[in-house]
Write a protein that binds this ligand. Structure first.
Ligand SMILES: Nc1ncnc2c1ncn2[C@@H]1O[C@H](COP(=O)(O)OP(=O)(O)OP(=O)(O)O)[C@@H](O)[C@H]1O
Ligand SMILES: [Mg+2]
Length: 358
């Protein structure tokens, strides 16, 4: 866990702070993204974590310990760092570049060799082909991959990545994004990742911290930033990104003609299947779920204003194939699992046709 408390940095001679009032907690195993326009303070924030830059004010704790109390080497070894510019040692081979920190930590030769091969394979570079090459004999994108795996080499607890994929073509970029995401899910590293690409942030981040002119504008999950932007800056930065999971239940549910709902008067005549059957009285008031000849109370209900994402979670909790939709105590319809699936299928087809993509 990394905790920033009232962190500020003003560079000598600068009129404005590069970072100010920075407060955040990055959880263990979290993928935390710093994003914002050029010059907003992302790299400065990142470099304060491994003490490449000392803050002017405030404290940073890692695992509850002030980073100024850590031994500086110990701290750096425990934090992998992928620099914004590719910075491989030009005279060293790829294997030697990857092995820098394990060497410093005095790993055994054969352990280092195995680790180098394992990492090269992980990013799709054949060890026999690449391990003895010099960085200049690799493409920009391949060098960037080496930069990423070098940061992972000694198995650090925390990995800082400063725009690690910026020099990649879109396809390799997507590939490496997937690799990193899978990696993080498997090894549960804490990753602080800088980008100015919102698509990348939304695809990778557990949480995103949006900065502007050294300030934090909003920190939240991708969903929170999309659905509850703090202001117009956030809204503009995120852009128009429609997500079908944010569609309100109202536009997907079946209404009063749903096969899953019935008036208490009609209840005896209603077939036993499909189950369940949700019952309303003459005032449309929701009474509960049919249970044989009687009605049992049903606590799990959804509102037409809930979004599909919430509905899905409710489905996961109940295992019912349909849920009653209630508005101010009145049964207004039902949302079945099938309704949701059909809706998503249609949305997918429409977006494949190119008319819903923002
Ligand atoms: N070593 C330094 N000395 C003086 N000013 C600096 C130094 N490093 C950064 N700055 C200034 O601090 C501010 C924040 O810089 P920073 O590098 O953190 O931005 P950034 O968000 O990483 O931008 P980019 O997206 O362009 O990489 C900028 O105004 C920059 O000019
Ligand atoms: Mg930067």
């Amino acid at each position: 866990m990394i905790t920033f408390t009232d962190i500020a940095k003003t560079f000598p001679g600068a009129e404005h702070p590069a970072v100010q009032n920075f407060n955040a907690t990055v959880e263990q195993g979290e993928f935390f993204v710093l994003i914002g326009p050029s010059g907003c303070g992302k790299t400065t924030t990142l470099k304060m974590i491994n003490r490449l830059i000392e803050p002017t004010a405030g404290t940073i704790h890692i695992q509850g310990k002030d980073i100024r109390e850590w031994d500086r080497h110990e701290l750096r070894w425990n934090i992998g760092y992928v620099l914004q510019q590719i910075a491989l040692f030009p005279t060293m081979t790829i294997a030697e570049n990857i092995a820098v920190v394990p060497e410093m930590r005095r790993w055994k030769k054969n352990e280092i060799k195995d680790r180098v091969d394992e990492l090269l394979e992980m990013v799709g570079l054949d060890p026999d082909t690449y391990r003895n090459r010099k960085p200049s004999e690799l493409s920009g994108g391949q060098q960037q991959r080496i930069g990423v795996i070098r940061a992972l080499a000694a198995d650090p607890d925390i990995i800082l990545m400063d725009e690690p994929f910026s020099a990649l073509d879109p396809l390799s970029r997507e590939q490496l994004q997937e690799d990193i995401r899978a990696l993080q899910q498997n090894i549960q590293k804490t990753i602080v990742f800088v980008t100015h690409d919102m698509d990348e942030a939304l695809a990778l981040g557990d949480r995103i911290c949006l900065m502007k002119d050294g300030d934090v504008v909003q920190t939240g999950t991708p969903r929170e930033l999309k659905n509850e932007p703090a202001n117009d800056f956030v809204r503009d930065f995120i852009g128009d990104r429609r997500d079908e999971w944010d569609t309100p239940v109202r536009s997907v549910m079946s209404g009063r003609d749903s096969q899953y709902i019935a008036s208490v008067h009609d209840m005896p005549e209603m077939p036993l299947y499909p189950a369940p059957l949700y019952i309303f009285d003459q005032n449309d008031t929701f009474l509960g779920r049919r249970d044989g000849d009687s009605i049992t109370s049903q606590k799990t209900v959804i509102s037409p204003d809930h979004v599909l994402y919430d509905a899905l979670r409710t489905f996961n909790d109940t295992e019912a194939e349909a849920l009653p939709v209630l508005e101010e105590g009145r049964l207004v319809g039902a949302l079945s699992y099938k309704d949701v699936m059909q809706f998503l299928q249609k949305a997918k087809l429409a977006s494949a046709g190119g008319d819903t993509k923002a």
